[in-house]
Design a protein around this ligand. Sequence first.
Ligand SMILES: Cc1cc2nc3c(=O)[nH]c(=O)nc-3n(C[C@H](O)[C@H](O)[C@H](O)COP(=O)(O)OP(=O)(O)OC[C@H]3O[C@@H](n4cnc5c(N)ncnc54)[C@H](O)[C@@H]3O)c2cc1C
Length: 421
Amino acid sequence: MTSVGIVGAGISGLQLALRLQQLGVHATVHSGQDIDQLKAGRPRNFPARFGPTQRRERQLGVFDWDFADARVEHWAVTMRAGESPLAFTADLTPPSSVVDFRLYLPHLLAAFVDRGGDLVIGERPIDDIAAHHDLVVVANGSASMRRLFPADPARSPHTTPQRVLCSGLYFGIDEAVPHSLDLHFLPGAGEIFRIPFYSPAGRADVLAFEAIPGGPLEAAAHLDADADPGAFHRAVLHLVAEHAPALRERVDTKEFTLIAPGELAQGGITPVVRQGWARLDDGRYALAIGDAWITNDPLTAQGANLGSHSAFELAELIATGGGPFDERFCRTASDRLWDHARHVVDWSNAFLAEPPPHLTELFQHAAQDKRVADAFVSDFNDPVAMWETLSGPEGTASFLARVRTEVPSHGSPHGVPGHDS
Ligand SMILES: Cc1cc2nc3c(=O)[nH]c(=O)nc-3n(C[C@H](O)[C@H](O)[C@H](O)COP(=O)(O)OP(=O)(O)OC[C@H]3O[C@@H](n4cnc5c(N)ncnc54)[C@H](O)[C@@H]3O)c2cc1C
């Protein structure tokens, strides 16, 4: 029987493990943290999981958050553009699921173990792990694992962070519309988000600054919340007041606070695509998925969703391929995964640049026609369709024409045949 070793208990590794288990392939998860350790510590990320990821979770029998506080159903988008900002509201169909990974990952890992899956806790050299399996899949974006998979310069236009982040979990922010997020595009400065989020302390809000390095929001990434919490909260509110005043009006100054000390992630992420597979010292091979393979800036909210997509696609290739899991298998599998992933990468990198005229035009149409707004926002569920729309003026023109002429169809709001994202 084929035996697969999976390094990493993030969304990519756990969805791969659960799917292989379902397909009758023996999988062992090698995790640096046990279930209790996954529940603890600071937040590292604030992932929104879109419709296709939730569909895969239902298929795995692990979707456990079917309640309103863990959903985002509407978006309010503003783009600062000259004198008068562009603004629109939209329905996200289907809604995204927003659950802290300190709740999500332990739930998936427990399900894998309860179903008889093998879990090995602790850091071990990759060659030791490989010696016990037909194939090793690295699904852990930590620095030690990344070294195995050098950056692929042809697919990695950036070598430095394009945004520096300051994202925290807060109490004290009100919503204009229940279960909605606010997204402020601030050309030249970056973006400010407010996102409802289901945290270990219950319903809270993520307030996230995605600051262009050297721009006026960057100060947020260097604030020290531990040293002086009061000064930190004041500085955060000052930046919100200056750059997103409508959002500031919904903050209750007395109630505004991180949900607990340390509930903050700060720093820069360099978007990178690494080589998708590596030859190990003993001649065996390791494949990379998730952040170990591709790290995107979180702006387009796609990293965890791509990890889930890649996990399912790879599980199918392993289960139907039957081996040998040699260089040829790794090369072919990685090429197949790239067929989908390249849309996410191209879109995510494009979104980090100044908005091109066709994106501003799309926002102008969205501000006037809710069908356009709904279709654009709902395409966050479908990065292939999104990149078709945003890759150039022709794509945007055909998206607009399609939205206005076609009758909405279930699961694909603007009538484009749905991609499996
Ligand atoms: C601020 C921020 C916001 C983001 N928002 C989104 C989004 O909205 N949508 C989206 O799809 N992606 C988002 N991402 C990206 C997403 O978090 C990663 O792409 C995804 O988690 C990668 O998962 P992975 O399994 O490939 O690898 P990794 O995350 O590297 O997981 C590997 C290991 O890390 C540990 N781990 C990871 N996360 C946690 C955690 N939170 N708590 C405890 N242990 C953990 C686990 O031990 C795991 O074994 C965001 C990232 C950041 C930094």
